[in-house]
Design a protein around this ligand. Structure first.
Ligand code: TPP
Ligand code: MG
Length: 601
């Protein structure tokens, strides 16, 4: 456990000015706070773990922690809705490769946070959510904001507990941190709450120990050599190998690059890993995703679940493939489709080890196959880019969303992180925008992440530009966070594609139901709304006005552009049937293929 100073701390209770061990805090003399409380301990531990800011919304039940965080010098990003606090912590974690922390009050604070918690659960984002419950003597007696939080969040978190006994806070907090970070398991949200009187209670000095407070190394799973041999063998024998990456590959960019140099596979990223391999790399074939999936004879998933975005890895979507799966979580290793080889290991270490086995040997890869996919990818991308630049206005003179995106792409700084949200507009952006950093609603498909993810991303990467591209419907969920953006001076550019509708649903209703019900919005004045919160904002109604508006907005961030776009444009997600939710598979084409496959087998 401890070093000398902490040992000494066990001998006496702390005075308000004593520094007891390297993690112990000294409360400001005039703060009226004691520095030996559970709340102060939580703040000191977070500080010791490198937490620099916490996203939250205040309330009496968590006030002791709130004040202790501030006393510890941890920044508080105070938001307008708890859902946004968790989403900000989520993006902060994902972009920064670190823990995100959200602090929300009891009752409605927790229920509001639940959508954010669910989103982090599906995305496997390392978020610690802290809250309060009524004091122990009031629990279950009809106290203000008394709810069984732990029962509510249980299926959405890696760990959930109410900690009532002050001296158990150190190990409980330590375990929750480890679970959130995925030490020995899948990363994701972890949840703890404390009765307010527990937060105020003193925690004797002998419990302030490095054993629980100090930073812990992140253990990386080493690959088993035999598994690496088998994976390398499969790869060397494959003629049409395809690598698909996801969340678990994010720290493995350099090993991945070396593998692609050694064996020129076809490569697909997914929303979770976008930007990992630059678009200019000759292996990238994302514009011909379907063809690559249909023709591959070996698919190697790296830190990627076979969720709906990959057709669950079904034989009907990947008719010729054998599988190698690499992952350090059970889902990323073997959900839906077992691998012929499974390498249960950190992705970077596994890829390095595979490179070591294949580098000196000639692969059987059909280079002409990869080259053809790449040529088709480039051709398709070029055609799309050209079409986007001249996508015509509709009969009412409203801009095509692709035209908007083409202008945004021109104005996008090289290293920018793009956050995309919406229905049709997200779909257009996903296909049409190239960016080195990317966040979107992910597999949870959760509208409303735009502005909160933008805030979290920018705070995690203060030297990168962050641009939020959002449909008007999606924007509305978290629109009030413009206030948070302004108060905290987060220099985002937010572009709202305003078509006055939940348009992807409108297309579905028109095509499959013959009428439009409850899916129209107003073409509201979001620029006026943004100005009300102090942002620079403009409404743009013509493509000609866009470059100037984008330049002014970039220069005066935080800024919002409210761009009126045509509702008539139909995105690929609307066409693919994603919004219709087919019976057997997530997209119409896969659903059809699955039907044929079932008939034939
Ligand atoms: C929280 C949430 N509610 C509802 C949906 C269903 N949904 C998916 S896309 C969409 C429409 C989004 O509208 P908008 O953001 O304006 O984008 P547009 O399709 O108009 O481009 C809806 C309602 C969802 N994915 N998430
Ligand atoms: Mg819309």
């Amino acid at each position: 456990m401890a070093e000398g100073a902490t040992e000494a701390a066990t001998e006496r209770r702390p005075s308000r000015t004593a520094c007891l061990g390297k993690h112990h805090l000294v409360a400001p003399e005039d703060s009226g706070m004691s520095n030996d409380t559970v709340a102060a301990y939580i703040a000191a531990t977070l500080k010791a773990r490198g937490v620099e800011r916490v996203f939250g919304l205040c309330g009496g039940h968590v006030m002791p922690v709130w004040m202790a965080l501030d006393a510890a010098g941890i920044g508080i990003v105070d938001v307008r809705d708890e859902r946004a606090a968790v989403m900000m912590a989520h993006a902060y974690a994902e972009v920064g490769g670190r823990l995100g922390v959200a602090l929300v009050t009891a009752g409605p604070g927790v229920t509001n946070a639940m959508t954010g918690i669910a989103n982090a659960h599906v995305a496997r984002a390392s978020v610690l959510v802290l809250s309060g419950v009524p004091p122990r003597m009031q629990e279950g007696r009809g106290a203000l904001q008394d709810l069984p939080h732990v029962e509510l969040v249980r299926p959405l978190v890696r760990h959930a507990r109410t900690v009532r006994e002050p001296t158990l806070v150190p190990p409980e907090l330590d375990e929750a941190l480890a679970r959130a970070l995925g030490h020995g398991g899948e990363p994701g949200p972890a949840y703890l709450d404390f009765p307010t009187d527990t937060l105020r209670a003193g925690l004797p000095p002998m419990f302030w120990r490095d054993e629980h407070m100090g930073p812990k190394p992140s253990p990386l799973l080493l690959p088993v050599p035999g598994d690496v041999d088998r994976a390398a063998g499969l790869l060397l024998a494959a003629t049409r190998p395809l690598i698909v990456t996801g969340r678990g590959a994010k720290r493995a960019a350099s090993a991945l690059g070396r593998l692609l140099d050694a064996v020129p596979c076809a490569y697909l990223d997914t929303g979770e890993s976008r930007g990992l391999v630059p678009d200019a790399h000759p292996s990238v074939v994302s514009a011909v995703r379907g063809t690559a999936m249909a023709q591959a004879d070996l698919v190697i998933t790296v830190g990627r679940r076979l969720d709906f975005q990959l057709g669950y890895g079904a034989p009907s979507a990947f008719p010729r493939a054998r599988w190698a799966r690499i992952g350090d979580t059970p889902g990323e290793l073997r959900d839906n489709r077992r691998g012929d080889v499974e390498v249960f290991a950190d992705a970077g270490l596994a890829l390095e080890a595979i490179v070591g086995r294949v580098a000196a040997r000639p692969p059987a890869v059909d280079r002409a196959w990869v080259a053809k996919l790449r040529a088709d990818h480039e051709q398709r991308s070029r055609t799309l880019r050209d079409a986007m630049r001249i996508a015509p206005d509709d009969a009412h003179g409203r801009m095509h969303p692709q035209r908007l995106l083409a202008c945004v792409q021109e104005a996008l700084p090289r290293d920018a992180i793009v956050v995309a949200d919406g229905g049709d507009f997200l779909s257009f952006a996903r296909v049409g925008i190239a960016a080195s950093g990317w966040l979107d609603p992910g597999s949870f498909g959760c509208l409303g992440i735009g502005t909160p993810f933008g805030v979290g991303a920018r705070l995690a990467a203060p030297d990168r530009d962050v641009v939020v591209l959002t449909g008007d419907g999606a924007f509305g969920f978290s629109a009030i966070e413009l206030d948070t953006v302004a108060r905290h001076r987060v220099p985002l550019l937010i572009v709202v594609a305003n078509n006055g509708a939940w348009q992807i649903e409108v297309h579905d209703q028109r095509e499959h139901h013959g009428r439009v019900v409850g899916t129209q919005l107003q073409v509201a004045d979001y620029a006026a709304m943004a100005r009300a919160f102090g942002l620079h904002a403009e409404r743009v109604t013509s493509a000609g006005a866009l470059p100037g508006a984008l330049a002014r907005a970039m220069a005066q961030r935080p800024a919002l552009l409210d761009v009126v776009v045509s509702p008539d444009a139909v995105s690929s997600d609307a066409r693919s049937g994603l919004a219709v939710v087919p019976d057997l598979a997530p997209l119409a084409a896969w659903d059809e293929a699955e039907r044929r496959w079932r008939e034939a087998t």
